[in-house]
Design a protein around this ligand. Structure first.
Ligand code: GRG
Length: 305
């Protein structure tokens, strides 16, 4: 029996309970997002409509769930990480809006709908992204359930996550690096900056909120880095084999080199399994809710429940 099939068998019995718990947590996130966003109909109306529509759209809310499960895993309260998780979701949403713009991926569809700039115009889309990013920092700064020192550390963590070594850099390199430079090493660091970095912020931030020490935070980071890499590999694989109906967004839109181009689908599938396994091994505990959620994220690939 392979490691992956062991993981699959281990997880399947707990999958029903997990799915119920995840749906409940997702509902908590959506309810909180509705409260944290500007009220419906408030001025300026078009901007408010745009940010509410994209932020409350059909995304999976992976980053808030990771933050909440991480906080609980490291001995804290899951709900203490709810606002932090919502802030991450708004940053993630801002990044999707920008990524879809004509000057970037020029995408038509996102989360099952027309992209924000196609519905509301490019000016509104750019300003929505800036507003969401700005709002996210305000949410963390004003979260009275988190110790002020931790809040400051979370803001610093997010500044690192978004800025010159994180999302912005990853996106810039993705757009501008010559194709010839896209070898395995470069793609690994690019995938980390585009995707892994926000996963790491979710899991490490959750651990920080729980008061975890440096060693535990380092363990959280290792786990999240592997998970983020597996997630980006999965996203690239889906882009090459899936449909708009299944993904809710454009597929096969750009022809830049990814691991699927370098390795082919079968090897990429194998690498996803190995990377998930590495994530779980770094944790030691394969049956805690955080590990099970990691598996659940890849259930369509045949792992988890
Ligand atoms: C200033 C916030 C900011 C960003 C600027 C545009 C940009 C830099 C970064 C974009 C990077 C990017 C699009 C990475 C892809 C990450 C990814 C795998 C997205 C899909 O995530 P899911 O599947 O989406 O969690 P849902 O819709 O379910 O939330």
């Amino acid at each position: 029996m392979t490691t992956v099939s062991v993981l699959r068998d281990d997880a399947s019995t707990r999958s029903i309970d997990l799915a119920d718990g995840l749906a409940a947590r997702r509902a908590q996130v959506d309810l909180r997002l509705k409260k944290l966003l500007p009220p419906p109909g408030s001025a300026p109306r078009l901007l408010t409509d745009a940010v509410r529509e994209i932020s409350l759209g059909s995304g999976k809310r992976v980053r808030p769930l990771l933050a909440m499960l991480s906080s609980a895993h490291f001995g804290g309260n899951e709900l203490a990480a709810l606002d932090f998780g919502c802030a991450l979701e708004l940053i993630h949403t801002a990044s999707l809006i920008l990524d879809d713009l004509p000057c970037m991926d020029d995408a038509a569809m996102r989360r099952g709908n027309l992209t924000l700039h196609r519905r509301f115009g490019e000016d509104t889309a750019v300003l929505s992204a800036v507003a969401l990013l700005n709002h996210a920092y305000g949410i963390i700064a004003g979260d009275a359930t988190v110790h002020p020192e931790t809040r400051l550390a979370l803001v610093a963590l997010l500044s690192e996550t978004v800025g010159f070594h994180g999302l912005v850099s990853g996106q810039f390199r993705d757009l501008r690096d010559p194709e010839a430079l896209r070898d395995e090493q470069t793609l690994t660091s690019l995938n980390y900056q585009k995707t892994g970095v926000l996963f790491a912020a979710a899991v490490v931030g959750g651990a920080m909120i729980a008061g975890a020490d440096q060693a535990a935070q380092a363990q959280a980071r290792l786990f999240a880095n592997c998970l983020g890499l597996a997630f980006q590999l999965w996203d690239d694989l889906q882009d090459s084999i899936s449909t708009f109906e299944a993904m809710g967004k454009d597929v096969r839109k750009d022809d830049r080199v990814t691991f699927v181009t370098l390795w082919g689908q079968e090897r990429t599938h194998g690498a996803i399994a190995e990377t998930i396994d590495e994530a779980l091994a770094s944790f030691g505990d394969r049956s805690c809710p955080l590990a099970l959620y990691a598996l659940h994220l890849f259930q369509h690939a045949g792992y988890g429940g």
